[in-house]
Design a protein around this ligand. Structure first.
Ligand SMILES: [Zn+2]
Length: 74
């Protein structure tokens, strides 16, 4: 586990992002932080939103939830 690495699912690009310090998050779209471990991040993503790739793939109530947790917006 590398504490300088953060995995995040990006609902704007429809794929996993890997942010590495000190560069940090380079994507300014809507992404859901999923921790430091790649495998765990994919599991967590599947558990939260299943196969959904983009925000539009999610039911509205889940979108609202996810948007709240998404970082890097705007
Ligand atoms: Zn992105």
């Amino acid at each position: 586990m590398d504490p300088t690495t953060t995995y995040a699912w990006c609902f704007s690009h429809g794929r996993m992002h890997k942010f590495v310090a000190p560069e940090g998050p380079w994507c300014s779209a809507s992404w859901l932080p999923l921790g430091e471990d790649e495998e765990a991040a994919y599991s967590a993503k599947a558990a939260r939103v299943g196969d959904a790739q983009f925000m539009d793939d999610l039911p509205l109530e889940v979108q609202v939830e996810v948007v709240d947790e998404c970082a890097g917006q705007g």
